[in-house]
Design a protein around this ligand. Sequence first.
Ligand SMILES: Nc1nc2c(ncn2[C@@H]2O[C@H](COP(=O)(O)OP(=O)(O)OP(=O)(O)O)[C@@H](O)[C@H]2O)c(=O)[nH]1
Ligand SMILES: [Zn+2]
Length: 211
Amino acid sequence: MSASSRQAQAAMGDSRGAVAVSSPGVDRPRVERAVREFLLAVGEDPDRPGLVETPARVARAAAEMYGGLHEDPLAVLDKTFDLGHEELVIVKDIPFYSTCEHHLVPFHGVAHVGYIPSPDGFVTGLSKLARLVDTFARRPQVQERLTTQVVDALVTSLRPLGAIVVVECEHLCMSMRGVRKPGSKTITSAVRGELRLPAARAEALSLILGR
Ligand SMILES: Nc1nc2c(ncn2[C@@H]2O[C@H](COP(=O)(O)OP(=O)(O)OP(=O)(O)O)[C@@H](O)[C@H]2O)c(=O)[nH]1
Ligand SMILES: [Zn+2]
């Protein structure tokens, strides 16, 4: 990344997802060293054959799982089309995986993203809504922040009349450890603009949650 694009990223506020500006990307050698140390700390032998490549594997996985820290979410929505469509658009059941920032274990589920385009009629490509979810998911996260970051990026970028994001997840930190309640689901929503009006919100929610 060039110095000027780093400066441009540094100017971004929280609605852009607090892009990590000081780092050019996930520092794989550092992750490798940390994973080796972690294995020693839990009582493993990082030099046994099964584990010898594990620090490098985890570093590659981390570059993927935390790569969203180094992406500009608004760049995902840069390309728009003028379709003259001023009605609700929803992409539902977008599957994603994220990482709970409290325990660094996965939480996963689906996101539903909808918006009413501005009177200019500018809409984004449908796949970009899914890419936006991934950009925010591939970071240490909490579900509430993921939800609001997606909706706020939509608002900042497309200036829609309204926007809604609903996220349904299982948190493995509640399933495989701790309280151990597999199957429990957490649902969060964030709604902006005209979709906050009761009738519009009800229509959007019935389209999103109606199975
Ligand atoms: N609000 C919110 N809480 C989360 C999320 N992911 C995990 N948590 C919760 O974060 C909390 C952390 O609680 P702490 O008491 O600090 O940590 P802990 O001792 O490991 O908690 P337990 O999970 O209850 O064992 C837990 O209640 C988790 O269920 C999330 O996305 N949103
Ligand atoms: Zn957790």
